[in-house]
Design a protein around this ligand. Sequence first.
Ligand code: G6P
Length: 615
Amino acid sequence: MCGIVAYLGPKNPLPIVLNGLQRLEYRGYDSAGIFLSDGLTRQTTKVVGKVSELRNELATKNKFDAQLGMGHTRWATHGEPNQLNAHPHVSNSGDLVLIHNGIIENYGVLKKELIERGYHFTSETDSEVLVNWIEEIKKTSGVKLGKAVQMALSQVVGAYGIVVHDNSNPMELIVARLGSPIAIGLEKEGFFVGSDATPFLDHTREVIYLEDNEMAILRAGKDIQVRQTDNDTLRTPTVEELKWNLENIQKGGFPHFMLKEIHEQPDAIRNTLRGRLFAEEGKIQISSFNEHQSVFTQARRIIIIACGTSWHAGLVGEYLIETFARIPVEVEYASEFRYRNPLIYSDDIVIPISQSGETADTLAALKLAKKAGAFIYGICNVVGSSISRETHSGMYTHAGPEIGVASTKAFTTQIAVLSLIAFKLAVIKETLSPKALRSHLIELDKVPTLMEQLIAEKEQVEEIAKIIHTATNCLYLGRGYNFPVALEGALKLKEISYIHAEGYPAAEMKHGPIALIDEAMPVVVIATRKGHYEKIVSNIQEIKSRKGIVIAIVSKGDTSVKKIADYCIEIPESSECFTPLYATLPLQFLSYYIAVLRECNVDQPRNLAKSVTVE
Ligand code: G6P
């Protein structure tokens, strides 16, 4: 969702902010804008569309030596994507400038009051209301910008990551967050601000993450002051070292991030398993489990909360944990869980799963469960993200940065982490013999190598994409562990190629989707040998009787399905519990190749955001 970049310091802010915005493009947006100032000259430029268009527009404008830059990519919430609604927003006096990520829920009330006091508005946004609300407080209370921001935010309901600038103090920036992430990069005499650290990765490795209800006052060449927004308590911020490098966030010779990230999965899973899986010894080492041994021993129930692809990984987690550790698991959409007054007990373990660690609904659901006394054990990819900081404990997936909006390596590494958790719990609960455990761990250890072989055979998937890329609907079916994979396959296709696709448990086909099947309907069926094979073969026959086009994902060496399906894609033979790790890959490739053939924007599909920081 919206991306924020700002720079205050001795360097030219224009390229820093523009390149930074380009790095945040993956978050999803529909308009962009930039504000530049040297204290005297002030220039605001906004466009509907991409950062490249903003760059072109700026090339037509007068150049000057700016000392401060504030840039924004907007994902429309209040008001359609147009120039007026794009950020930065300027207050009525022209003095204050603001960029905002989040939603001000009570903006209507504040706007009404401001209009009564003579303010006018050029946009439909909640953000323009906020900048004027700050201005009004500053004017009527006679306080400095920092205090005015603090007072204004105390009256705001909603979520925000903001950067505010006051022309009367050109070498200062005020930054604040509640619910929307803010990272501050440090250099000798300057400051970078970003919705995450990627915009300034090539300038500094030192970063401070603002916590919720915190603001920072940045003074060029001077200091940074971090304080609570609801009281004046100062915090000495911890300066963290950035571990990701520029290479991680570049395409590395691939035409799209998504394709690069699909190929990265074997290494990503190696990183997930490193130092945790000792297959030959039949052991799993998870330090956080040792620290909280009694919690895991006494756990009566596990609740997994997540959104999107991470929710699908959660479903695989349910099968894994219930099968191996025999602990009941519930998997909930975070957005439903948080609003349905759920039953949460103190001996529940709640597992939020999130690639970004910033999804607003997952974060809110986590906080609710924490308040109710549950133990929160997070699975996140982004180190230092809001969710990872709110949990009692957890595991990182170590997949590296995922830039493509359609999640790929995050999903398979989440499944790898959930496998480790399931097997570790099985050890604790003594529900799996050491021999069976060791044999499963040896199989898990082989996943990255077998995935590499599978990736090498991607051309067969490309050929199938050429045949079905003009379809308007598509059905994905799977049973058991592969039901969530069917959901994920369908999600991938609709996200990036805009083909309507649905994932279903194969047996449910008879309760509705079968009515849709005809000679124009491709049906992707996961029909691996281990797990309900005969039943799925019958389902394929039912599809073929109705002239559907069957694309089957089968185990290597399969003969039965090959006789009836139109197209088959082979994946390595494995225990049923590991089939999601293999079956997912051809489905990712399929959606990728179809989207490319349909000339869709693979990495930044329309209307979607990588990190959904508003509910
Ligand atoms: C968005 C992304 C999805 C992602 C979901 C949950 O919808 O486009 O790819 O699965 O958010 O995100 P999270 O970061 O919490 O895993």
